[in-house]
Each structure stands twice: as structure tokens, then as C-alpha cells.
Write a protein that binds this ligand. Structure first.
Ligand code: ATP
Ligand code: MG
Length: 328
């Protein structure tokens, strides 16, 4: 029995669902929105503003599992439904910035200014070549974030406070000190009404990823069906539990299987095991291997604006639809 097979058989004995029932959010997709809104999921009159914008963190401490590809592709797919989307590059590697055609060495404002100099997200955001898709770029300054961010007061909540104050001024859970509805804030500040903010996290669990998890409504965990990647989910579960306990009790997560090669027996086995373990905590949409996704990063465009009929484009479109079904 090789390592991957050992993992498959061992993991079923360590089902995080069974061992941590008190920390899990409701599982059924229909209850995704209701768990946040406190309403019956069937209630079509649920005010969408509670989710406006929906903040999605895309994180996994494991490198190379398609976090950045998912951020760009999902963001691009959502714009094809008329959604306004802001992508935020939180990674010192600045791969998202590159994948959207920007040179990180030449960007003026970046996420570093937001985290360290109290700049607003809008002041450093840029339009991309895709209408409705804006980007807050990263640059090399983010390499210092892990060292200097924890020195700042209440550093875990910097991103959440910025989003709430600037882009969610009318949210019911507005942070103390944020501008209340009906204030002169809306008259003086040109609020862009994003429907989604998607945060692309670096491949490690540090101060920056913590900021994203504290700010997020939904955490997407891209996971390649391989031993190390699936194993990293256990650490992520521990982190999710801590974040729920300490800063963000309403954080919901979904596992997204990425880079699946259906011909690979081990991939099929680990895929099945992930479904058995997480049930409806896994997106129905699966992202298979598609080299067109690599090309689209080189082209500097999300896949559906590079090869709209490719498998990758269709699968990320299905993911966008699945998320929109949950949320509004
Ligand atoms: N479905 C796919 N099919 C083929 N290649 C893919 C797919 N998804 C991502 N890739 C490629 O895999 C590599 C890693 O993807 P990506 O950069 O999105 O991962 P990541 O999790 O963001 O990595 P990091 O942890 O370094 O930030 C990239 O070259 C990307 O183009
Ligand atoms: Mg990345």
C-alpha cells in the first residue's frame, strides 16, 4: 500500500466532522445563506445587502493548489453574470497581480498600503481588462508583512475593518466606529457596490491569511486530491476552529477539489475520501486539469476571457453558478 492509499484508509478514522461537531456551520448548501442571515433559506425576500459584498477568502497553506487560478477564474466568471468583483492579492509572490497583466514591480498603490498605511482599498484598486473586475495588487512590500503586521494593534482585524468601513457601510454588523447608514459618508464617498470581494491568500498560515479569514464570510479551500494537499486540510480545520472561536464565529468553508486528473486512480480515491469526510462541505463543482488555465495566466486574463469554451472556463463558470445559488 503506498502513501496515498494509506492516507485514504487512515483518514476515514479521523473525520473532522465527527470530532468537531460543535464548531461546524450547517452543512446543507441551502442553509449557507440562512446561517448568515438567520432566515429561512426558502425565503426569497432575504435582503441581499447582508451579503453585499460577499467576502470570499481563498486559502490553503499548501502551495500550488490553484488558489490564485481560482481567484482570477471565479472573479472573471462572476463578472459574466453582471457582478462587480474586487480581487485582492495578499501574496508577496504577487501571482494574481501578474495573472491579471500587471507588473508588481511597477504598481504604485498596493495592498501593503492598506495594511500598513491605512490606505483605502479603492485608492489602490485598479481596473483590469475585464469590465467589472477590479484588482488590489500586491508588490514586494508584502514580503515584510508577516514580520511587521503582528506589531500593529488589532492587526487581525485590519482587513475586516477596512472592508466594513469602506465597502459595507450599511452592513448590520458594521464594526464599532464605522459609518452608520444614512450618514454623510455615502454622499461624500463614492462607494462602489461590489457584489464580491475575493482574497487570494499566500501559501502559509500567518498574519496575512489570518486577516483574510477574519474578514471572510466564505472560505474556499482549493485542494488537489493528493496526499500532501488533502493532509493540509487538517491544519486548515484547526485554524478555522480557532478563527471561529476567537474572531469570526460565522466563517463558513467549502472545499474545492482542483487539478483533478480523473485517469489517476489515487486522485479518484482521495477525491472520494474528501467527499466522504466533508459531505456537503465540498463544492459539487470540480476543477480538472486543463492546460488552458496555465495559458490564461500568461495571457494576463481570466480563463473565460481567454478560452471561453475550454473545460477550465466551463468548470469555473459552474463554480460561479454554484456560489450564486447559495448566496442570491
Ligand atoms: N486546473 C488546472 N489545470 C492545469 N493547471 C492548473 C490548474 N489550476 C492551476 N494550474 C496551474 O498550477 C500552478 C499553480 O496554480 P496557482 O498559482 O493558482 O496555485 P496557488 O495555490 O495559488 O499557488 P501558491 O501556493 O504558490 O500561491 C500554476 O502554474 C497554474 O497555472
Ligand atoms: Mg497563489
Amino acid at each position: 500500500m503506498d502513501k496515498d492509499e494509506q492516507f485514504c484508509s487512515a483518514w476515514s478514522g479521523e473525520n473532522p466532522r465527527r470530532s468537531e461537531p460543535e464548531t461546524r456551520q450547517p452543512d446543507a448548501p441551502a442553509s449557507f445563506a440562512a446561517s448568515r442571515a438567520g432566515q429561512n433559506p426558502a425565503d426569497a425576500s432575504r435582503p441581499p445587502s447582508l451579503y453585499n459584498p460577499l467576502v470570499i477568502a481563498i486559502a490553503n497553506q499548501k502551495g500550488g493548489v490553484a488558489k490564485t487560478t481560482t481567484t482570477a477564474s471565479l472573479g472573471g466568471a462572476l463578472t459574466t453574470y453582471g457582478k462587480e468583483v474586487l480581487l485582492v492579492d495578499l501574496d508577496p509572490q504577487a501571482n494574481l497581480t501578474l495573472a491579471l497583466g500587471r507588473d508588481p514591480g511597477r504598481v504604485r498603490g498596493s495592498i501593503t498600503d492598506v495594511l500598513f498605511h491605512s490606505a483605502s482599498l479603492l485608492s489602490v484598486s485598479r481596473e483590469t481588462s475585464v469590465p467589472g473586475l477590479d484588482l488590489v495588487p500586491a508588490n514586494a512590500g508584502m514580503a515584510l508583512a508577516e514580520r511587521f503586521l503582528p506589531v500593529r494593534k488589532d492587526y487581525e482585524t485590519i482587513l475586516r475593518r477596512t472592508i466594513t468601513d469602506e465597502l459595507r457601510p450599511f452592513a448590520s454588523e458594521a464594526a464599532p466606529g464605522s459609518k452608520p447608514a444614512g450618514s454623510s459618508f455615502e454622499k461624500n464617498f463614492p462607494v462602489i457596490e461590489y457584489n464580491y470581494i475575493i482574497l487570494d491568500c499566500p501559501p502559509f498560515l500567518g498574519a496575512v491569511t489570518l486577516n483574510a479569514l477574519v474578514a471572510a464570510d466564505l472560505l474556499i479551500l482549493p485542494t488537489q486530491p493528493e496526499f500532501f494537499s488533502a493532509h493540509a486540510l487538517r491544519t486548515m480545520m484547526t485554524t478555522i476552529r480557532q478563527v471561529r472561536q476567537n474572531q469570526n464565529p460565522k466563517l463558513i468553508f467549502r472545499v474545492l477539489i482542483t487539478l483533478l486528473d480523473k485517469r489517476n486512480r489515487i486522485h479518484r480515491q482521495i477525491h472520494d475520501q474528501i467527499y466522504k469526510t466533508f459531505g456537503e462541505g465540498v463544492f459539487q463543482t470540480i476543477i480538472e486539469v486543463d492546460t488552458k488555465l496555465r495559458e490564461s495566466a500568461i495571457e494576463g486574463k481570466p480563463i473565460m476571457f481567454h478560452k471561453a469554451q475550454s473545460r477550465g472556463a466551463l468548470q469555473y463558470d459552474a463554480l460561479a453558478q454554484e456560489i450564486m445559488r447559495y448566496v442570491w
